[in-house]
Ligand binder design. Structure first.
Ligand code: ZN
Length: 191
């Protein structure tokens, strides 16, 4: 059974995240209760919304994710913009109007690494905030992280830097540094 006026994926996700106002929420409920197709889609979004909530809770602005989470987003029709940043390298980045998530893959040698901390550096190069013990999969050869897309959209042309540290009982060492040269969507910096 198909649906003639399927609920928008953004609406479904917002519904499951509890972000809709009462009127919209009532409209969504009325629709999916009478629609097998949309109620099945809603079930899929329930699993996804749980994952989204879990990672956004980890910290306000940026959060570290895994490959499985990124695949899940794409499978649910969300638009994921992904950048690979080479070890000690940089990337030109932006966010397009239709993007739902922006993910950066920071390439790093993670063999034998026990714990990874991620440090956000200020424009003066000094460490500003530190996220301890971020999740990573050593075989993937990198750490995936995402910054809330509304925050990225609001950024002016700017440069962001992060540093990955390997930490163990003997101390810490720098794994790599990464630079994001961010341009607001549609502005004219040569790429
Ligand atoms: Zn429907």
């Amino acid at each position: 059974m198909t649906c003639n006026s399927p609920l928008e994926r953004d609406t479904l996700l917002a519904y499951r995240l509890g972000e809709l106002d009462a009127d919209s929420e009532a409209r969504v409920e009325e629709h999916y209760l009478g629609c097998a197709s949309c109620s099945r889609r809603l079930e899929e979004f329930t699993a996804l919304a749980g994952a989204v909530r879990a990672v956004t809770r980890m910290s306000g602005v940026s959060f570290v994710v895994n490959d499985r989470f990124v695949r899940q987003l794409a499978q649910n029709g969300l638009r994921v913009r992904e950048y690979s940043v080479p070890l000690n390298g940089s990337v030109d980045c932006t966010v397009a109007p239709g993007d739902d998530f922006v993910i950066a893959r920071l390439e790093a040698p993670l063999d034998e690494v026990e714990r990874v901390d991620m440090v956000y550096l200020g424009s003066d190069g000094k460490p500003e905030t530190r996220q301890e013990d971020v999740p990573f999969v050593a075989e993937s050869g990198g750490v995936l992280f995402s910054t809330r897309i509304d925050m990225v959209r609001a950024l002016p042309r700017t440069t962001l830097r992060v540093r990955l540290l390997a930490v163990d009982e003997s101390g810490e060492r720098i794994l790599g540094e990464y630079r994001f040269d961010h341009t607001p969507y549609g502005s004219d910096r040569p790429r």
